[in-house]
Design a protein around this ligand. Structure first.
Ligand SMILES: *Cc1c(COP(=O)(O)O)cnc(C)c1O
Length: 425
């Protein structure tokens, strides 16, 4: 029988042999030694697998990627230097200039900028869609050059739950893969591949690291998408790569094609590699992820219920609340809990919300989210300040929205901190 996710957190990815270190070793080396020129030549031709330079691959990273891959139920995975790099690589590995893709408009502000502004300069067009639209309405956004669909399991910061099955069907009916950023739910609370998603991404900076120590990202491929069945759409995977003596990824590497291409081409050329030292911190974080996620969800539900009962609070949004408009989706995709992030507004509007934030004692104003310590920010004046009011509205972000990331403290202390800050306004 397959181990549960709690056990996978501890045992996937790395199994030491007799007399070998119990914890994943940090391979703090840029390069590897080979006995003959031919031995190393084969690696450069992708004819043999092995390490040669840490800009492309490092064993510490691979142990950790393989743990996360096992937890997600994927076929192959890789770590990247950040969540931004993971989402960029995930899309750029299959889209090139002249291509188009579709993304939910509720995604993280950084990803929204990447897709809508920076990738546009590269000639790749993204259409942002309201993820609550029906299958029929969403179908209208596909074009002949559409190459993938992108969403977040639980959106940052509006904590809406993606209907993964609806989006997977939509993508597959149009011959393209679905990419899901699973940062907020983590594989402990949702495994998008089980619902038809093809490629999962992460900002490991958040719950996975969990202790605000290292920025990182990951891409996990299910290996399920049949590139050759849609060969004309994905020439990068289905036609020869001249930069590797004409190998064709999809035919040579099968289910491993997507990750091999992302490593061999994108890591080689962009170099957004995770530092092995940071991969080690990600490894430490993953070991306790299941235990922490449970507590984050319990605490967040308590805080959400308290907020819903305090008349000084204008509104509260948390998919774990039975009254939430995403509760049904949450129960389907995350039956054991969603995440520790919620959002709310304080009555009196934007200025009062800011005064409230400044009056908190240990709940800290920080850009970060999904951490073991309680953190909060005001997207309209922080993470999303580059967006126009129109774009803010499109992303579903109210001007008074406070993103509150419930930590692992005693929930009564968190609630008391909120109460004393409300008393001061
Ligand atoms: C933070 C975040 C990212 C970006 O990750 P970094 O590690 O900060 O680069 C991407 N997606 C989501 C959902 C995030 O919360």
């Amino acid at each position: 029988m397959e181990n549960s996710i709690d056990t996978k957190c501890l045992h996937e990815g790395y199994t030491p042999g007799n007399g070998e270190p119990r914890q994943v070793p940090i391979y703090q080396s840029t390069t590897w030694k080979y006995n003959t020129s031919d031995d190393m030549g084969k690696l450069f031709d992708l004819e043999a697998s092995g390490y040669f330079y840490t800009r492309l691959q490092n064993p510490t990273n691979d142990y950790v990627a393989s743990k996360l891959c096992g937890m997600e139920g994927g076929f192959a995975g890789m770590l990247t230097s950040s969540g931004q790099a993971a989402n960029f690589f995930a899309v750029f590995n299959i889209c090139e200039a002249g291509d188009h893709f579709i993304a939910s408009s509720s995604i993280y502000g950084g990803t929204y900028n990447l897709f809508g502004v920076t990738m546009k300069k590269m000639g790749i067009e993204c259409t942002f869609v309201d993820q609550s639209l029906s299958y029929e309405e969403l179908s209208k956004y596909f074009k002949p050059n559409t190459k993938c669909v992108f969403g977040e399991t639980i959106t940052n910061p509006t904590v809406n739950v993606l209907d993964i099955e609806k989006f997977a069907k939509l993508a597959h009916d149009h011959g393209v893969p679905l990419i899901v950023d699973n940062t907020f739910a983590t594989p402990v609370n949702c495994r998008p591949i089980e619902w038809g998603c093809d490629i999962v991404t992460h900002s490991t900076t958040k719950y996975i690291d969990g202790h605000a120590s290292s920025v990182g990202g990951a891409i996990i491929d299910s290996g399920n998408f049949d590139w050759m069945a849609h060969a004309d759409k994905f020439p990068g995977l289905t036609t020869p790569d001249e930069s590797y003596h004409g190998i064709t990824y999809a035919t040579k590497f099968g289910k491993g094609a997507y990750i091999t291409k992302a490593t061999a081409q994108l890591m080689r050329d962009f170099g957004c590699i995770q530092a092995p030292q940071n991969a080690y911190y990600v490894q430490i974080g993953l070991e306790s992820l299941a235990v922490r996620m449970r507590r984050h969800c319990e605490n967040a539900l308590k805080v959400a219920k308290y907020l819903a009962s305090d008349e000084r609070i204008a509104w509260v949004k948390y998919p774990g609340l039975e009254t939430d408009d995403n509760h049904e989706l949450a129960m389907k995709y995350c039956p054991n809990g969603t995440c520790g992030v919620l959002c709310f507004g304080v009555k009196g509007g934007r200025d009062i919300s800011i005064k409230f934030m400044d009056s908190l004692k240990f709940a800290t104003i920080a850009t970060h989210v999904a951490d073991c310590k309680t953190l909060l920010l005001h997207p309209a004046s922080h993470t999303h300040r580059q967006l126009s009011d129109e774009q803010l509205a499109e992303a579903g972000i109210a001007p008074d929205l406070i993103r509150f990331s419930v930590g692992l403290e005693d929930p009564d202390d968190i609630i008391n901190d909120i109460k004393q800050a409300l008393d001061k306004i």
